[in-house]
Write a protein that binds this ligand. Structure first.
Ligand code: GLN
Length: 382
């Protein structure tokens, strides 16, 4: 008899990013679905990886990440957020931000623990919670600007609340936490044993003069946080799958127990290259301005279409409402637009456990101008 698996994730299908990217390729559509740049990454960084390989740095490196890279990251954090981080005990290099989030959740959650998740939520969060026996407690962000209703958060806190997940700048909406949000969060978690998971992979992709409110800026928040980052988003190399997690030593100790028996250590030559490249601060400091121009370019082109933009202040993403155009649900509409009009986008309903449908699609604008122009031309026909 062939054994069958009793699924730990019975409700989960294939991630929408894979579904839409495959559909886009099949129909030769412009892929504004999955979030990745279509322009080339920095040549100097590629050369540094080549050099590290040729110099013989091709074996396992330290389980927690190359020590020199962790030192550079600690310097970067101190420069940006003023907090002193111990690179030996508080930073672990990971194969990407999503892996860092999964590892942190696995370290924190015990069966029956509640995790507060704001929806729409990046699609890995809920399966990551559930596979660890946790219970997602869902709180809707308030449409259309996707702010947090903190009174509702207070109501949803229970003795079982183990964790609050926060993503800023936010995927898929581009919403950004404000100082006022931070104050509300501080007052809620004070005197509790609640952890925070900060998904800050878009830390530099922030627009309109806004400041990134990292959990790392606030000692009373950082002491209970795992904060996850992505080199892919910073250096236009999402396919490298490199990121890191920052957490206080006692928390990081548990994170590393999970990490060491999963991927153990990450790509060595890339870590050597990043150690050198991180010294050039302009590379990450100019990123917000660079992507804001892309957002504005896209917004401007899209004015010629009947789609209506919602506010986006960060990330790679811009939401558009098609409420005036079609009654179809988001998935059907996104699939039809890919097949018939040749532009792929992500239905935001997939970021809700119960599939809330506001007639909104997510478009990725980290693309060449020519790509954005062609996409807007096609969408004008809608
Ligand atoms: N983070 C990317 C996005 O939101 C996709 C990552 C993935 O494909 N898993 O589009």
């Amino acid at each position: 008899m062939i054994p069958s698996i009793k699924s730990k994730l019975p409700e989960v299908g294939t991630t929408i990013f894979t579904v839409m990217s495959v559909l886009a390729a099949e129909h030769k559509a412009i892929n504004l679905g999955q979030g990745f740049p279509d322009y080339p990454m920095n040549e100097e960084l590629i050369a540094l990886v080549n050099k590290a390989m040729k110099d013989g740095y091709n074996q396992y490196t330290h389980m927690c990440g190359l020590p020199a890279l962790r030192e550079r990251i600690a310097e970067k954090i101190e420069g940006l957020y003023t907090t002193k981080i111990n690179p030996d005990t508080e930073i672990t290099i990971t194969p990407g931000g999503t892996y860092a989030i999964y590892t942190a959740l696995t370290a924190i959650l015990n069966p029956g623990d509640e995790a507060i998740v704001f929806e729409p939520a990046y699609d890995s969060y809920i399966p990551n919670i559930e596979i660890n026996g946790g219970v997602p407690v869902l709180i809707p962000l308030v449409y259309p600007d996707y702010k947090i209703d903190w009174d509702l958060v207070k109501k949803k806190i229970s003795p079982k609340t183990k964790l609050i997940m926060l993503n800023t700048p936010h995927n898929p909406t581009g919403a950004v936490l404000s100082v006022d949000d931070i104050k509300q969060l501080q007052s809620i978690v004070k005197d509790t044993g609640i952890f925070i998971l900060g998904d800050e992979v878009y830390e530099h992709l922030i627009f309109d003069g806004m400041k990134h409110e990292s959990m790392l800026r606030y000692p009373d928040l950082y002491e209970r946080s795992f904060v996850c980052f992505s080199f892919g988003k910073v250096y236009d190399c999402t396919g490298w799958k490199m990121g890191y997690c920052v957490a206080p030593a006692a928390l990081m100790k548990e994170f590393r127990k999970v990490h060491q028996f999963n991927c153990f250590s990450c790509n060595t030559p890339v870590q050597y290259a990043l150690t050198d490249f991180l010294k050039q601060k302009e590379n990450y400091l100019q990123l917000g301005g660079f992507l804001q121009k892309k957002r504005d370019y896209f917004l401007n082109l899209m004015q010629q279409t009947r789609l209506k933009p919602l506010p986006s202040h960060g990330s790679y993403f811009q939401l558009y409402s098609y409420a005036g155009i079609s009654e179809e649900n988001e998935k059907d509409f996104a699939i039809r637009v890919t097949k018939e009009y040749g532009v792929a986008a992500i239905p935001t309903s997939v970021f809700y456990k119960n599939g809330e449908d506001n007639k909104v699609l997510r478009f990725c604008f980290s693309k060449n101008e020519a790509t954005l122009e062609e996409a807007a031309n096609r969408l004008m026909k809608l």
